[in-house]
Design a protein around this ligand. Structure first.
Ligand SMILES: *Cc1c(COP(=O)(O)O)cnc(C)c1O
Length: 453
């Protein structure tokens, strides 16, 4: 049976419930149906071409339809697509684990696979909790987690519990476990009403106090290092992350870094931790791990944590957790090839001038009447729109200002997605300078035409 592509929009509206989407709007709107991709471009069923300005939700690294990634997946498919890691090992999952440990911060020695950022966080939380349960009576109260305000760690109940985004999370409160909070540094709207750098990182001092005060009840701090993604690309001031790391070490509280969004070159280093030489106890990876081709996640742990689970079977110290598609062979093969491409194309170093260019061009957005702040790190940017620059007043939610900007950008051949009033620009790492010009040109004009009419 042949279904004409032009029917797909209608079929989608009838049968698909879209994520993070008010379906009332979706059903009314004209929606784009993507059929194929090539490099940084997406093509819809009518043949229209768009720059993929958010890397298909922050995952695409080497561009779409990359021949080497395609071939790696095809080659693996010709051998086997999936076998379980429960009771069996597999070739690509073992090789990938070794390669991940080679490039990860030196503390990290073991890889636990799953299939999404949320599951990678659930695993970190359960392992940290169980680790202290098993460590001895002295640690029996270390049951809580310390997370940051406006954090985003995924959509499952555990990851929502450590999350801190009111809009997404407040309705589920009765289902969540209690989490302690430190204040994420959001310098543009400092919660302490201070100014950086005169504040001397007051927020970090406050966090140190909380970590030390609650140390005997706390298993771990979980944090998005260097930048909070979903909160609106909120970048940390230099030195904050190092202070959090030290407070954790000083107080026997584990440090879990959620690098689901920041990992694999996104911030200009292979991992965001490298910006401040952070050596965490656990690290959550997903999004870009396969180059953006297949779902895969990994939670990396220190030797010390791992050894806390090593015992005779009847001692019940096993980590009884495992998602069915854990360590999937196709996804692992894609991730191995992605890491090879990083090496072969020297992507991290080659991107240094590109990152500088990107951030310099974005600074110019600050001149627009309704751009409150532009935040960038690597090829990751958030442009915060405000109704009044002086008072920093936000737009009313019903104005849907971010949404209107991205619709305007679509008319001009660019796909982006806002986080509330923050316009996110996050292109594939292989974007060229002239394409950065095109992309940012459209974003600039779209912001200008929507906010200055
Ligand atoms: C996207 C994201 C997650 C959740 O990942 P999913 O694959 O969507 O479950 C977790 N943490 C951070 C920092 C993220 O950006």
């Amino acid at each position: 049976m042949h279904i004409p592509l032009t029917d797909i929009e209608k079929i989608d509206k009838e049968f698909v419930w879209h994520p993070f989407t008010q379906m009332l709007d979706w059903e009314k709107d004209d929606n784009i149906v993507i059929e194929r991709g090539d490099g940084i471009y997406l093509y819809d069923i009518h043949g229209n071409r768009y720059i993929d300005g958010v890397s298909s939700l922050w995952v695409n690294m080497h561009g779409h339809n990359n021949k080497e990634l395609n071939d790696a997946i095809k080659e693996q498919a010709d051998k086997i697509s999936h076998s379980t890691l429960l009771g069996l090992a597999s070739v690509p999952s073992a090789i990938l684990a070794q390669k991940l440990i080679e490039i990860a911060p030196t503390n990290l020695k073991k890889v636990f696979y799953s299939d999404s950022g949320s599951t990678s966080v659930e695993i970190a939380i359960k392992v940290a909790f169980q680790y202290f349960r098993q460590k001895g009576p002295k640690y029996k109260n270390k049951k809580k987690f310390i997370a940051a305000t406006s954090a985003y760690h995924g959509d499952t109940i555990g990851s929502v519990s450590v999350g801190g985004m009111e809009l997404f999370h407040s309705i589920y409160k009765p289902l969540l476990f209690e989490t302690l909070r430190i204040t994420y540094p959001y310098c543009y709207r400092c919660p302490f009403n201070l100014k950086h750098p005169a504040c001397e990182l007051y927020c970090a001092k406050e966090a140190e106090k909380i970590i030390s005060y609650y140390a005997d009840q706390s298993a771990a701090v979980i944090i998005e290092p260097m930048v909070q993604g979903a909160a609106g690309m909120i970048t940390m001031p230099a030195g904050y992350m190092k202070k959090i790391e030290k407070a954790c070490k000083d107080n026997e509280v584990l440090l879990i870094v959620d690098e689901v969004a920041t990992g694999f070159g996104r911030t200009g280093k292979m991992f965001a931790c490298e910006h401040e030489d952070i050596n965490p106890d656990a690290m959550c990876l997903a999004k870009g791990i396969t180059g953006g081709y297949l779902p895969l996640a990994a939670t990396l742990f220190s030797k010390e944590i791992y050894e806390g689970f090593i015992a005779n079977f009847e001692d019940n110290k096993t980590f009884f957790h495992g998602h069915t598609y854990t360590g999937n062979q196709l996804a692992s093969a894609s991730a191995i090839k992605s890491l090879e491409l990083f090496k072969k194309n020297n992507i991290i170093n080659a991107n240094v001038p590109k990152v500088e260019y990107f951030s310099k061009k974005l600074k110019e957005f600050g001149g627009l009447e309704h751009v409150g702040e532009v935040r960038t790190i690597g090829l990751m940017a958030g442009i915060e729109l405000v109704s009044d620059k002086k008072s920093k007043e936000s737009y009313p939610q019903k104005d849907k200002i971010g949404h209107r900007v991205i619709l305007k950008a679509r008319e001009r051949g660019v796909i982006i997605r806002p986080l509330g009033d923050v316009i996110v620009v996050l292109p594939p790492l292989v974007i060229e300078k002239n394409e950065i010009d095109q992309l940012l040109g459209v974003v600039y004009d779209s912001i200008k035409s929507v906010t200055q009419q």
